[in-house]
Design a binder for this molecule. Structure first.
Ligand SMILES: C[S@@+](CC[C@H](N)C(=O)[O-])C[C@H]1O[C@@H](n2cnc3c(N)ncnc32)[C@H](O)[C@@H]1O
Length: 218
């Protein structure tokens, strides 16, 4: 039977999974600081990709000795190598992390929670999936419905645009349905600059080196 080392900390993850995209140790350390400063423990993550950021968050939860992470990506994320299931098994964080593979979008996974009457489930959200304006604007509204007052939201990729996206440069046909204006615009930044207060968030600060915005749900 495989022996799982169940004491993975942030530095262990950086060492063992350093070549796995995407989250970097410096980002995990910012999350850890926020978790301690605001006493956060019920985490939601949108977009796990390989699950690197998820296991960093697992290490933070293990360190504080409480809490849980619900993390959502698309069915296609199962095909990643390694995938999140592999990383959870390797780190022994199955008791801390629940991955959800959405059929179409995380927005529907959150909609189901709201439909079922759930509120105030999370005190931390890392929003790192679905970068277009439509998905992000709807996403922050849905997240706000599920946040506890005082909870912290990190939005990644504030300066993302379709025009600068490697994915859309490689698949220009997928950008065709968007106007040139929309392709060149930074939809996430519009949400950050203009919409967040409308759904109850107060901006705390930007972290330009990681293209992050940090806000608090009031
Ligand atoms: C940048 S990656 C996440 C990286 C990860 N948070 C990390 O730091 O290791 C973005 C992920 O968002 C997912 N994604 C994009 N649109 C989505 C949607 N509408 N619903 C769920 N996941 C989505 C993609 O499949 C991709 O895996």
């Amino acid at each position: 039977m495989a022996v799982v080392k169940n004491t993975f900390g942030i530095a262990d993850i950086s060492r063992e999974f350093g070549s796995v995209k995407y989250m970097k140790e410096a980002q995990a350390l910012i999350i850890r600081d926020l978790v301690k400063e605001y006493d956060l423990s019920e985490f939601l993550e949108i977009g796990f990709f390989h699950g690197k950021s998820s296991i960093y968050m697992g290490a933070i939860l293990r360190e504080i000795g409480k809490g849980h992470l619900l993390t959502i990506d698309l069915e296609g994320a199962r095909k990643k190598s390694p995938n999140i299931i592999d990383l959870i098994a390797a780190t022994g964080f199955a008791d801390l992390i629940t991955p959800v593979f959405a059929h179409r979008s995380y927005t529907w996974e959150l909609a189901k929670l709201i439909r079922d009457g759930k509120r105030e489930l999370f005190d931390f959200c890392y929003l790192d999936g679905g970068h277009t304006f439509d998905v992000t604007a709807l996403g922050v509204m849905l997240v706000s419905s599920l946040m506890k007052p005082g909870g912290i939201l990190i939005i990644d990729d504030l300066d993302w645009s379709m025009a600068n996206s490697k994915h859309y440069q490689e698949h220009p046909e997928q950008a065709q349905k968007y106007s040139v204006d929309e392709q060149n615009s930074q939809g996430i930044r519009i949400v950050w600059n203009k919409l967040l207060p409308e759904v109850g968030f107060k901006k705390i600060r930007e972290v330009p080196e990681h293209s992050w915005g940090i806000a608090q749900y009031m």
